[in-house]
Ligand binder design. Structure first.
Ligand code: ZN
Length: 320
């Protein structure tokens, strides 16, 4: 960085994803001394970015970009550009002249969950299991305060692994999550497994990803957020990735700098949180067994349910 005179008018711009590993000398006044943090865009930002990328695309008059912005928390500018490309491809495939709201919604799903796999045929038995599993997620989320609203339930296989999925979309950008919300999310993640236990008294391999995510969340509550009374406030999570990367700052747990005894306590606490959450999920499903059956049967027939259809089925059952 030497050799620039103050009067030469040269401005040097640089970008990095890892500001915390930069040599301090680089950041001294006269070198890179201004830092502009470019975070993932919030809902207004996403709407503005969508508007930029639709400039050379033809949209149907009913298209509501605000709605798409609300459905895409955590998306970067590149993700949004990709989303619009996917929507254009979908519109072209159905030989439409304009991109419609449905193309955009389908593109959101495609980006989040992967493309539809029409060739993957499930046996009827497996389909029933997947339907109950997904409705388990949706119902537990619905009856757990603080959960993100259910946007769609589907038993159409998508992507590499998912045989079905429940899409929950937060109502707004959330920057802080409290303890009961985290517990609620763990409960929702275990809703699929809970439904399998309640309905079939037999579990399947279908919950692997749910269990992985729930365990990770429970561990973070204990080790990183100081949310366990037994373990206390000590921070046992050493971040190996940057807190700047991703909205959740997904640090990994690698170097262990605590005692064998603490490790045991942490394991016990993780197990307790997961067991308690599974129990409350099963309780919810047992209490709402009629709705579980009704929604699962409808889902088997229609393969996908949007939020409106899901809520209508629940309201129908709770009022009678
Ligand atoms: Zn699941």
């Amino acid at each position: 960085m030497d050799g620039f005179e103050p009067n030469t008018g040269v401005i040097v711009l640089a970008a990095t994803n890892r500001p915390e590993v930069l040599d301090r000398a680089l950041l001294r006044p006269g070198r890179f001394d201004r830092m502009v943090v470019v975070d993932a865009p919030d809902v207004d930002g996403r709407e503005a970015i969508l508007k930029i990328h639709v400039r050379n695309k033809t949209l149907a008059p009913e298209v509501d970009l605000r709605r798409i912005a609300q459905e895409t928390p955590g998306f970067s500018g590149a993700d949004l550009a990709n989303l619009l490309n996917e929507a254009a491809l979908l519109a072209a495939r159905r030989k439409a002249q304009q991109i419609g709201q449905r193309d955009l919604e389908e593109a959101v799903e495609k980006v989040v969950a992967g493309p539809e796999r029409k060739s993957r045929r499930l046996t009827h038995e497996d389909k029933v299991r997947v339907a109950y599993h997904e409705v388990g997620h949706a119902l537990v989320a619905y009856y757990t305060p603080g959960s993100d609203p259910v946007h769609k339930i589907s038993i159409v296989p998508r992507g590499r692994a998912a045989l079905g999925y429940t899409l929950q979309i937060p109502e707004g950008d959330q920057y802080l999550i409290n303890r009961s919300e985290l517990l609620g999310r763990i409960c929702g993640l275990l809703g699929g497994r809970a439904a399998e236990e309640v309905i079939f008294q037999e579990v399947s391999t279908g919950a692997e990803n749910d269990l992985e995510r729930a365990t990770q969340m429970a561990r973070r509550m204990i080790c990183a957020y100081g949310m366990s009374d037994k373990i206390g406030l000590a921070h046992f999570a050493s971040r190996t990735t940057s807190p700047w990367l991703g909205p959740n700052g997904d640090g990994e747990f690698s170097d262990r700098d605590f005692s064998e005894e603490t490790a045991k306590l942490i394991d016990e606490e993780v197990r307790r949180i997961l067991a308690d959450s599974l129990n409350s999920a099963k309780q919810i499903l047992n209490d709402h067994r009629m709705e579980l059956d009704a929604v699962a049967q409808t889902l088997l027939k229609s393969e996908t349910l949007d939020a409106k259809a899901f809520l209508a089925l629940i309201k129908d059952k709770t009022s009678t």
